[in-house]
Design a protein around this ligand. Structure first.
Ligand code: ATP
Length: 251
């Protein structure tokens, strides 16, 4: 099967430091692949290189059969590569539904129906309601964003990404700052999205990672030291050593 994402020898140098060091990785369509690694391993840099915010040093990124190595973040997004939790344009005094409908309109790239109230435009509202449901937020569709709890706000951000029907989701620490209960909700949510989207997950919550991932890659000092199923990663000696004294792996 043709990979959805094919990263070859991706490298990013900051002065004398290799933040990513010849990273190669391939994601099959529908796979949920997690990247773990100690602090400073290069996870954020790698996500930034994939999203296009971090200018590549060397190496190549092929997405859905096309070379996107030199494309800008917006060009990547248009091709279906979405980075979640990077939403800046959430309007707190608008409802959940209005915000997702606006995200849909922004994705389409033109403000058609400018004179028609947004919530009367079925071509915006219907996909928005579907995305809200996928993000597990249907019961809050009419709520103002300013009334949302932290976890619900992250769910809204996910809905705003899903409404564009991306092919690949880059999930950058979706559980960060969440309570145990909230991160449990996100795990269930992502379980529900598995198979429908290809997902690359960077996350420090090891219970979540091991519960969700089809495959896990371990990044240490910019290099992938191991790639495999959760079971293979759990029993990998090099991984165990890399994690000594850091977040414990759920073994
Ligand atoms: P964390 O888990 O703490 O978020 P990480 O795995 O995401 O860490 P990165 O943030 O990608 O790691 O950082 C990798 C290395 O690159 C670190 O040593 C960091 O200090 C360095 N680094 C990251 N961005 C820059 C930059 N813009 N300029 C210089 N060095 C940088």
């Amino acid at each position: 099967m043709k990979p959805m994402l094919d990263i070859r020898q991706l490298t990013k140098r900051y002065g004398g430091l290799l933040a990513t060091d010849h990273v190669s990785l391939s994601l099959a369509p529908g796979e949920l692949h997690a990247i773990i690694g100690p602090n400073g391993a290069g996870k954020t840099t790698l996500i930034g290189q994939l999203g296009g915010e971090v200018v590549p040093g060397s190496g190549s990124i092929e997405f859905d059969g096309q070379d996107i190595t030199t494309l800008l973040p917006a060009q990547r997004a248009l091709r279906g590569l979405a980075r979640s939790y990077q939403i800046t344009s959430v309007f707190p005094e608008f409802s959940v539904l209005e915000n997702v409908a606006l995200a849909m309109q922004a994705h389409r790239g033109h403000s058609f129906g400018f004179w028609t109230p947004m919530l009367k435009q079925a071509e915006l509202v219907e996909p928005a309601l579907r995305a809200i449901e996928q993000a597990g937020l249907s019961h809050r569709a009419g709520a103002m964003v300013s009334e949302l709890a932290h976890g619900e706000r992250r769910q809204l951000e996910l809905a705003m990404v899903l409404v564009a029907e991306p092919k690949l989701l880059l999930l950058d620490e979706p559980m960060a700052g969440m309570s145990h209960q909230e991160s449990g909700n996100v795990v269930r949510l992502l379980q529900g999205l598995k198979g429908r989207y290809t997902m690359l997950l960077v996350e420090h919550d090891m219970d979540a990672v091991f519960a969700l991932a089809d495959r896990i890659s371990v990044l240490v000092y910019g290099r992938i030291i191991a790639s495999g199923t959760p079971q293979e990663i759990r029993s990998n000696e090099e991984v165990k050593i890399a994690y000594l004294g850091d977040e414990a792996l759920p073994l």
